[in-house]
Design a binder for this molecule. Structure first.
Ligand code: FES
Ligand code: FES
Length: 157
């Protein structure tokens, strides 16, 4: 075990963990941030996505040591129930989920996409979301939600 310093959602944390422990386990088990989900554990579904220095990455595949000195954002860092981020609000408006297990991955990927490309075209959306899995088949509503969020965020800019 090592003492590891992490910056998560703007707050400094110190955890005791093996350097090669998956970041996902540290976020969920040590920091009790449970929005990043364990789906496949193989880097294939995206349920565990977090932003690391604004890049969406699969935390099940990252050793916690990779995140040291970097800025980690989880879904908890976006908005709250009382004050949802525009992307979260758009997903609610469009009812862009069924069971919700995959939702974390879509939301975090959408955040990174819209930060980089406020007016994404169809190819941008396809590229960004290509490797995310939703077993409930919410993809069409997700795309509608991301387009709605883009419009909403443009209106605020
Ligand atoms: S749980 Fe990490 S990609 Fe599926
Ligand atoms: S909403 Fe159920 S897996 Fe996507």
């Amino acid at each position: 075990m090592n003492s590891i310093s992490l910056q998560v959602n703007g707050q400094a944390h110190v955890v005791n963990a093996d350097s090669d422990c998956p970041l996902l386990y540290v976020l969920r088990d040590d920091l009790k941030l449970n929005n990043p989900r364990f789906g496949c554990g193989l880097g294939q579904c995206g349920a565990c996505t977090v932003l690391i220095n604004n890049v969406p990455m699969r935390s099940c595949q990252l050793p916690v040591s990779f995140a040291v000195g970097k800025h980690i954002v989880t879904l908890e860092g976006l908005g709250t129930t009382e004050k949802p981020h525009p992307i979260q609000a758009a997903f609610i408006e469009e009812q862009a989920f069924q069971c919700g297990y995959c939702l974390n991955g879509w939301l975090m990927t959408a955040k990174a996409l819209l930060d980089q490309k406020p007016n994404p075209n169809d190819r941008d959306l396809a590229n960004a979301f290509d490797s995310l899995v939703c077993r409930c088949g919410s993809h069409i509503r997700v795309l509608a939600a991301v387009r709605r969020a883009a419009e909403e965020m443009k209106g605020r800019a």
